[in-house]
Design a binder for this molecule. Structure first.
Ligand SMILES: NC(=O)c1ccc[n+]([C@@H]2O[C@H](COP(=O)([O-])OP(=O)(O)OC[C@H]3O[C@@H](n4cnc5c(N)ncnc54)[C@H](OP(=O)(O)O)[C@@H]3O)[C@@H](O)[C@H]2O)c1
Length: 259
């Protein structure tokens, strides 16, 4: 399917692994010039080469911490303009909310709310001037459904969602869209590490924890990151220009709500 974005410049933050990588791969398949990013330069270069090999796309790798101003400047400077921006970052660790001190709280808010907003501030006027822009923020299903121990993640991402709701409407006239993608449980390094933590805490093995968690999802499985990447590429497509200010949950039916 031609997504109508061949030749566009796409920056995908935190994309050396997992959901970010899947988004970068699909945007490269759609013909975008893609910037991939992560802090570990070795893993990042490996991903960049895999995406080049799989798609033939031009891929720039920028090793940087996207929560910092220098990191943000570096990822955005890798291309002459930004037409597509996918904001992403690691999430705060699983922790009882009583144990989160002020520094940890601020770091979580900076990583999952402030940094995406700062990135958007840096690219939005160019998108408006060129009458094309697609911004997708990777948040979390926990914005809609609380998960014990991920309260900081939920709060920061809900803050981001609320902040951008008005911003999205203010740029819609210029064919610039801002949407959020809310992952449920996807089979990535982050998920596997949380399964290991849960197994240790409950004194059982990872396979047992995995089976119980998969059984609790109506789809009876974890999501494949490729499914997430495909949804991201659709939201970035030329024909998705009328979809803005939305939060799309991709969770195999785990959220038990009507809407
Ligand atoms: N997987 C799920 O089921 C799920 C569910 C809900 C929400 N989420 C959220 O979705 C996001 C992506 O999760 P994932 O499962 O794809 O995680 P992942 O597989 O662990 O991948 C995280 C990626 O982000 C990069 N990264 C982390 N911190 C960074 C930073 N400060 N600057 C630049 N790059 C950074 C990592 O590379 P480096 O470590 O080398 O920097 C890696 O490429 C996270 O915020 C997570 O909380 C995931």
């Amino acid at each position: 399917m031609d997504l109508g974005i061949s030749g566009k410049f796409a920056v995908v933050c935190a994309s050396s692994r997992g959901l970010g990588r899947a988004c970068a791969l699909e945007l490269a398949r759609a013909g975008c010039v893609v910037v991939v990013n992560g802090r570990d330069a070795t893993a990042l270069e490996q991903t960049a080469q895999e995406v080049r090999d799989l798609t033939g796309a031009t891929v720039h790798a920028v090793a940087a911490d996207v929560a910092t101003h220098d990191g943000q400047r570096a990822v955005l400077a890798a291309v002459p303009q930004v037409d597509v921006l996918v904001t992403n970052n690691g999430g705060p660790p699983l922790r009882d909310f009583r144990e989160i001190d002020r520094d940890a709280m601020l770091a979580g808010v900076v990583g999952n709310m402030v940094a995406p907003i700062e990135l958007i501030q840096r690219v939005i006027d160019g998108m408006v001037a060129r009458r094309f822009g697609r911004i997708v923020n990777i948040t979390s299903g926990s914005v809609k459904m609380p998960l014990a121990g991920l309260d900081l993640s939920s709060g920061a991402r809900a803050g981001l969602t609320g902040f951008l709701a008005g911003v999205a409407r203010s740029v819609a006239h210029a064919n610039v869209t801002i949407n959020c993608l809310l992952p449920g449980s996807f089979d990535t390094r982050r998920l596997r590490s949380s399964l290991e933590t849960a197994a240790t805490r409950s004194g059982t093995d990872v396979a047992t924890v995995r089976a119980a968690k998969e059984a609790a999802i109506p789809a009876k499985r974890f999501g494949d990151p490729a499914e997430f990447g495909a949804a991201c590429a659709f939201l970035c497509s030329a024909s998705a220009g009328f979809v803005t200010g939305q939060s799309l949950l991709i969770d195999g039916g785990a959220f038990p709500g009507v809407m």
